[in-house]
Design a protein around this ligand. Structure first.
Ligand code: SF4
Length: 494
């Protein structure tokens, strides 16, 4: 990796930065357009590197990008006004110890903000056998709602789904499920915008191990930058013969429920009415057009590659790290936390704010007052938090009853309608919450209905849909009673 007079400028869908690249180009210095880092409050960032030192500049305007390029051209490292200056080995991206970029660890995020997202070099280094043995030995679990090997509280592991696909008759296929549109979860988008080579390298390794003939990357319609970078990477990799299995990049509708793995497959098959499929058989046995199908998110594939490259870290029962998108007001950051570290580690990404409550796990996450729980699936499930990858922080003025009501409305309006518990249960749950504002509240009735939706729904949309209501009820019960008595303690509801 070249560290001589290079200016890297981050360009991401959430952070802009394109004009900075335009302004800096044209001189003698190498200017690289890189993807976002996850430290959104600092973006767009510039990494000015000269002889093993990198000056990191935040909130870089086009004028500043031009000045940084001019300083490097003159042989000077522009440290004045830098957010941090870091000495580092040529092949190791700089990581400052403090500030949002120093939050958590950077194993999976290591290349984000540093490598050219469209350069296929990383694809040349894949050893599929090594990837499989690392994943199998560690017992990796899937990451994110879109992963068919994400199973909390069961022994369904990533390697087990590979075994099943391999043993099933038919032509296996690997689906990279990057359809997450939950506004509270950025991990998959970040990886595809910044380091799609590692994701595709992981998919190619899986394809080799399960004898898949092709890879399909499903990207949410609105993630246009992620899609264009994956397409550019695939084209460059094809030219150099880096990928064993051909890759098709396909757009999926921006619809919260489509991320559920079997609904992603329905979408890829062009079904007019997208509904979840009954299981068993799961996708590994009956997937895309009936083929044995391995469905992983970019986050899972990046974890597999990090395990193969750097070995296991984190909690033994759920090894690796977890990407957590932390949202606090207008600020957001995606931070990588080892699975044996508390969720609160991620808060440095947004400046370690104080908070009254939090919703952990995206739109259907669990409401809590504490983020001391370790970031592994078992501990989070034990605390009734979601593992989908989002932490929304709420200030004292945020009403848990209103949050629960909004999420119940999403469940009512967003479900696919296939099974009664979710379709009818979410409707009734939403109505029971609305009745609280008319003075009618029976905690036992709300809880019983929520548990029925949770325990009898067909897919994970339904099994998770009641979680905001159930956790809000248990953590903030008096607030529900106060609402029934005509008062919102937070002052948010009218
Ligand atoms: S749980 Fe909800 S989203 Fe899933 S199949 Fe049933 S109705 Fe559809």
């Amino acid at each position: 990796m070249d560290t001589h007079a290079t200016l890297r400028l981050t360009v991401g869908s959430a952070a802009g930065g394109e004009r900075g690249v335009e302004a800096a180009r044209g001189g003698e210095v190498r200017v690289l357009e890189v993807g976002p880092t996850g430290a959104s409050r600092l973006e767009p960032l510039a990494f000015a590197t000269l002889d093993g030192r990198t000056a990191i500049h935040a909130d870089v305007t086009p004028e500043r990008a031009d000045r940084l390029a001019a300083a490097l051209s003159a042989g000077d490292l522009p440290t004045e006004g830098a957010h941090a200056t870091v000495d580092h080995a040529p092949d190791v991206p700089p990581q400052p110890s403090g500030g949002p970029l120093g939050a958590g660890t950077r194993r999976v995020l290591r290349h984000c903000g540093w490598v050219d997202p469209t350069a296929p070099a990383a694809l040349d280094e894949v050893d599929p056998e090594r990837v499989e043995s690392a994943v199998r030995d560690a017992g990796l679990r899937g990451r994110g709602r879109g992963d068919a090997a994400r199973a909390v509280g069961s022994d369904r592991r990533v390697a087990a789904t590979w075994d099943l696909a391999r043993e099933t008759a038919g032509d296996p296929v690997v689906v990279v499920n990057a359809t997450e549109t939950d506004p509270a979860i950025d991990g998959d988008r970040l990886l595809l915008e910044s380091d799609p080579a590692t994701v595709l390298a992981g998919a190619d390794a899986v394809a080799a191990r399960v004898d898949a003939t092709d890879v399909v990357v499903a990207v949410a319609e609105s993630d246009t930058l992620a899609r264009s970078r994956v397409e550019a990477l695939v084209a460059a990799a094809d030219d150099r013969g880096y990928l064993d299995a051909p890759v098709d990049v396909v757009t999926a509708p921006d619809d919260y429920r489509v991320t559920e793995p079997t609904m992603t497959l329905e979408s890829l098959e062009g079904s007019e009415r997208i509904e979840a499929r009954r299981r068993p058989p799961g996708p590994a046995e009956y997937g895309l057009f009936g083929r044995p199908t391995v469905v992983h998110t970019p986050r899972t594939l990046a974890q597999a590659m990090a395990l193969a490259r750097d070995g296991a870290v984190g909690a033994p029962a759920d090894p690796g790290t977890r990407l957590l998108t932390v949202i606090h007001g207008d600020e957001r950051a995606t931070v990588e936390v080892p699975t044996d570290a508390p969720l609160s580690e991620a808060l440095r990404g947004v400046g370690r704010p104080s908070f009254e409550s939090a919703c952990v796990g995206g739109r259907f996450g669990g409401l809590t007052r504490s983020l001391s729980v370790p970031a592994n699936a078992d501990a989070m499930a034990g605390a009734r938090l979601g593992t989908a990858g989002g932490v929304e922080l709420f200030e004292p003025g945020r009403c848990p009853v209103a949050v629960a009501g909004t999420r119940a409305k999403l469940a009512r309006e967003g479900n696919c309608g296939r099974c009664v518990p979710c379709r009818e249960g979410s409707k009734q749950l939403h109505e029971l919450l609305r009745e609280i504002y008319d003075g009618e509240f029976d905690a036992g009735e709300v809880r019983e209905l929520g548990l029925t939706v949770r325990d009898t729904s067909l897919c994970e949309f339904g099994t998770e849909a009641a979680r905001p209501v159930l956790t809000a009820l248990d953590e903030f019960g008096p607030a529900f009673t106060a609402h029934a008595n005509g008062r919102c303690p937070a002052g948010e509801c009218r």
